[in-house]
Write a protein that binds this ligand. Sequence first.
Ligand code: NAD
Ligand code: MG
Length: 396
Amino acid sequence: METLAILGATGSIGQSTLSVVRQHPERFSVFALSANHNVRVMLKDCLEFAPRYAVMVDEHAAQQLKAELKHHNSATCVLSGSHALCDVAKEPEVTSVMAAIVGAAGLLSTLAAVQAGKRVLLANKEALVMSGELFIDAVHQYGAELLPIDSEHNAIFQCLPHELQQNPGRGSLSAAGVSKILLTGSGGPFRYTPISDLQAVTPAQAIDHPNWSMGPKISVDSATMMNKGLEYIEARWLFNAAPEQLQVLVHPQSVIHSMVQYSDGSVLAQLGQPDMMTPIAHALAYPARIASGVAPLDFCTLGDLSFMAPDMARYPCLQLAMDACASGQGATTALNAANEITVAAFLAGQLNFMGIAEVNDAVMQTLGAHSVNSIDEIIALDNQARTCASALIRTY
Ligand code: NAD
Ligand code: MG
């Protein structure tokens, strides 16, 4: 029996995780659920899964949830504050932690799970983008197991030999005969929109992803392809990949979720429906295979699969992320933080779509050369980049 802590339970990944868990009550039990402030969804899930703990980061929401649970005679204990996220992730009874908080807000609890030597199911890519080397060092130091949830990285993981799967961030791709990782992305909802029209696209258009259903932040990141940029950095750390071993490909149908090219010319790919329940079920049960609830692919109705190189004029955020990856941890931290602020401003109607890349770029020019050597320095730089981005947006 695996005992789970699901951080970010009320989000898109959290809810897909519970959908898989619901199908296998003999295999998984839910020890803790966490959310920022969504009482309605948290209450429903606490009543269904009866976790020992429910963490609401927001104090007011925690009080509301406590009253509701009492009314329903629930035995679930409600905790509040962000430190409680780390506490439940470290609980001795927990075997696996689903790290599915969005953004830098997930960094410390994801690291707490690593430092407690858990099986960490990593959806929170921003944590790895910020803390890359320190994160991988901690995985090895504390004997944590790292399983990627991001569909591309989960696909790559499945296409890699066993010895690399067992050695996150430290194995040698070339010694294993891998010549290249091919990271695929759909290109988002604007891949055919004239570039001159991008200035005027709305948040509703940006979050209307053609293939995937996801939270608002990652949906905007998919439209700018910053998501692919963050994933490029994520792949660099997860698979110990050099720049020449990573290639981004636009694949509009999202049927192939990424590929690994070997030195003998073989290419291994993982295919499936664009539904996160597949990588979640893979990581939850690894190395076993369990039903996810996702329909099988029907190759007779699939249609054509196409591929193209990304156009960097259309996707300047992708280039920024690749450049940041080459510069180092300070640059990736500053870019990630700036992007959280610019995406939030875009969603709030305070910044136009192309402004996301422009402000991200300006923050990188100011702070991208900083070096960071500890989690405290990473958090300080993250804060500085947020302040810098907010100030730029006000004068924009
Ligand atoms: P979402 O916005 O749907 O959900 C985010 C979750 O995080 C919610 O439960 C929310 O309560 C919680 N949260 C938000 N701010 C918080 C804070 N300050 N403190 C504590 N908790 C907070 O996001 P999502 O789409 O589920 O994405 C979650 C993570 O998974 C992201 O890092 C994303 O990049 C990654 N991911 C998502 C998908 C997808 O299909 N949705 C695919 C691959 C990777
Ligand atoms: Mg992805």
